[in-house]
Design a protein around this ligand. Structure first.
Ligand SMILES: Cc1cc2nc3c(=O)[nH]c(=O)nc-3n(C[C@H](O)[C@H](O)[C@H](O)COP(=O)(O)O)c2cc1C
Length: 257
């Protein structure tokens, strides 16, 4: 394909990496990655998302415990992307303006989106340099603990963790469903049977060996869907509750929860 270039080759080769070599990422590389991240598009230009770089081994260990993923403790780099309306609300306060709207969910969602885009921009750049990455949604297993560990102030919220390093494993490309099922023209397309549509994909998924459990092949995609839906997160760790605790106005009556 003539349009193929190094960026796209790298993106098409994306695999999550969960085992890293015992090799540091140089300061120059980290600086460059953070420069790329700073360039990410940002909702209304407000840059209301931040990164906490975890360098203290004890904090890393504690984050790894929350994630339930031991290797996170020894990952060469660990970044936590956060919603950050605190900085701009302080800027406004210093200008003599007390911004009530800083607590709005619209702003929270804009910040959350910014944080995700920054993370993915960094991932694309990191992979292009031969680094491997793993997102850690599992930091949300215990949001309160993460907020305490990172001393997250009012109007901030953890979104995603990201561990980075030089890959020490070579996983298969994880199969994806056909994009005809995920890209629609002009309006959402409904199908009579999705199981029919994903029949081949379902089979293909069962030939994927997840290195988290070597020698074990994954369930079919449809079985994975069912087991994911059968898991309900514990109520005491409700994300909405934690969002409210960090000072955002979820618009939900406190008595409803
Ligand atoms: C928002 C998000 C959160 C994720 N959280 C975790 C996680 O906590 N632990 C983990 O091992 N992988 C995590 N992943 C990685 C996914 O499991 C992985 O991207 C998916 O299985 C597809 O595999 P691939 O990236 O190798 O193609 C996360 C990915 C995303 C996008």
């Amino acid at each position: 394909m003539t349009m193929m270039n190094e960026t796209i080759k790298s993106q098409l080769g994306h695999r999550t990496i969960r085992k890293f070599k015992d090799r540091k990422i140089s300061k120059d590389i980290m600086d460059l990655l953070l420069e790329v991240t700073a360039r990410t598009a940002t909702s209304t230009g407000m840059q209301a998302a931040s990164i906490i770089r975890i360098t203290d081994p004890e904090v890393k260990e504690s984050v790894a415990n929350v994630c339930g993923q031991a290797y996170v403790a020894t990952a060469p780099e660990l970044l936590i992307f956060i919603v950050d309306q605190y900085r701009n609300s302080q800027i406004a306060k210093e200008k003599g303006y007390s911004p009530k709207t800083a607590r709005d969910m619209d702003r929270f969602i804009a910040s959350f989106t910014d944080a995700c885009l920054m993370a993915q921009n960094l991932v694309v750049a990191a992979e292009s340099l031969g680094l491997g990455t793993v997102y850690l949604g599992s930091i949300l297993n215990d949001i309160q603990r993460i907020c305490e560990l990172l001393s997250l102030p009012d109007l901030t919220f953890p979104v995603l963790g990201l561990a980075l390093g030089y890959p020490d494993q070579d996983p298969q490309l994880k199969p994806r469903m056909d994009m005809s099922l995920r890209v629609f023209e002009n309006s959402y397309q409904l199908y009579d049977s999705y199981l029919d549509k994903i029949r081949d994909y379902d089979k293909e998924m069962s030939s994927y060996c997840d290195l988290r459990e070597p020698g074990k092949y994954l369930d079919s995609f449809s079985d994975q869907v069912v087991s994911r839906f059968s898991y309900a997160s514990p109520k005491e760790n409700s994300i909405l509750k934690a969002i409210r605790k960090q000072g955002f106005d979820t618009g939900i009556n406190k008595d409803d929860q």
